[in-house]
Design a protein around this ligand. Structure first.
Ligand SMILES: Cc1cc2nc3c(=O)[nH]c(=O)nc-3n(C[C@H](O)[C@H](O)[C@H](O)COP(=O)(O)OP(=O)(O)OC[C@H]3O[C@@H](n4cnc5c(N)ncnc54)[C@H](O)[C@@H]3O)c2cc1C
Ligand code: SF4
Length: 346
């Protein structure tokens, strides 16, 4: 049995108290939300904070607030289940609802939070292993070692961003509010991430993610496609989130396509987005946009499925996602996907 290392446990009751503790403790402290990622990581000695600052008693982080012009502000400590059960999210922020509904298992969704999901550690076959396993290969750059087993000539860790909600929220144009003793700041979700397996967040150690901000999605449609081995539960190993505002004549006014789990952060497919603007979503446009979107997917051999196949899936998913935004019924394609992934041997 793997045991947790010793740590000090702090349980503040307000955001200001939490941020005071975090300021005082510095980089030796970590925030604990549902603990479904952090605690297993601590057991494997991947993350060994001396202090855990638990957020579960901070009521203001569990609130949902309607913003001006019908937008929404989501507390980061809302559980994934609460997100997946919210009918307004299902209707207006469909990509987020689809992403949340496909995270892990019901038990984990009951504990795991939105904020924890956005700050989720990056993953890699050579890292998500027990301490003894990693010691046997002399560790790797991400923790305690000096080489990368995936890109052996690289000085940079290329572990994979494995969050489901981040690509979906990026496609929805989400912004984040971060709070610290120095004050608060608002940033685009896209600026929260770095394409670096170790320093994958731009968040400072003293900052707490305090709100996820969404504008009204009137006139927009959105969707999320996730590749995983088991349809019942598994981390994403490739995903496509897409959102578009389409006018009455079927012409795309604005579009966002995001590729997830193909780098150390979700990647906006900027060329595809530019190409789609001003065009009708006919089959040719969709094919061309999907090809452009897949270009940003550069999967490596550090997670499930063959990397070449994951790259091909990026194009397929982008095609299906855009067809779904056009109004096509893609339910059969989704069902086929679950069966095919389960039996794929690559
Ligand atoms: C078997 C299994 C399957 C899983 N499958 C999936 C999956 O399919 N898709 C997926 O996306 N995830 C999956 N996960 C990962 C995890 O369960 C979820 O990502 C969950 O949402 C994490 O939330 P949490 O509250 O438990 O985070 P925690 O473990 O509490 O924290 C995770 C990280 O976020 C930081 N953090 C938390 N809250 C804040 C905040 N407010 N401000 C700043 N930093 C914060 C913590 O310090 C930590 O670094 C899986 C986990 C397991 C064990
Ligand atoms: S990508 Fe390389 S450095 Fe990063 S976790 Fe994997 S093996 Fe380690």
């Amino acid at each position: 049995m793997m045991r947790l290392p010793l740590f000090q446990y702090r349980a503040p009751r307000s955001l200001s108290e939490a941020s005071r503790i975090l300021e005082g403790e510095g980089a030796r402290a970590m925030l604990l939300a549902g603990g479904t990622d952090l605690l297993p990581n601590m057991k494997r000695r991947q993350q060994v904070p001396a202090t855990l600052v638990a957020l579960r008693r901070v009521k203001e982080l569990r609130e949902t607030r309607v913003r001006k012009e019908n937008g929404l502000a989501l507390g980061p400590c809302l559980t994934i289940t609460e997100i997946a059960r919210n009918s307004r999210i299902k209707e207006q922020y469909t990509a987020l609802w689809q992403a949340a509904s496909q995270i892990a298992t019901p038990h984990i969704r009951n504990l795991g939070t939105l904020g924890g999901n956005l700050c989720l550690d990056t993953r890699c076959n050579y890292y998500n292993q027990s301490y003894e396993w990693r010691k046997a290969i002399n560790f790797c750059i991400k923790k305690e070692g000096d080489m990368c087993w995936v890109a052996t000539g690289s000085h940079r860790c290329v572990a994979v961003s494995s969050t489901d909600t981040a690509p979906a929220l990026m496609a929805l144009g989400a912004r984040l509010r971060l709070v610290s003793q120095r004050g608060e700041r608002e940033i685009d979700l896209v600026d929260f991430y770095r394409n670096d397996g170790i320093e994958y967040l731009t968040r400072r150690p003293d900052e707490i993610l305090s709100e996820v901000l969404l504008d009204s999605q009137a006139g927009w449609r959105s969707t999320y496609w996730k590749l995983r081995r088991r349809g019942s539960f598994d981390f994403p190993v490739l995903s496509v989130a897409a959102a578009a505002r389409i006018d009455g004549d079927g012409v795309v006014e604005n579009a966002r396509v995001v590729i997830g789990s193909a780098a150390s952060c979700p990647m906006i497919a900027a060329q595809a987005c530019d190409f789609l603007a001003g065009r009708r979503l006919d089959d040719e446009t969709i094919e061309e946009a999907a090809t452009l979107a897949a270009r940003v997917a550069k999967p490596l051999d550090n997670t499930d499925f063959a990397m070449g196949w994951r790259k091909k899936v990026a194009r397929e998913f982008a095609t299906y996602a855009l067809r779904e935004l056009r109004g096509d019924d893609t339910r059969l394609a989704r069902e086929r996907l679950v069966r095919h992934s389960l039996f794929y041997q690559g």
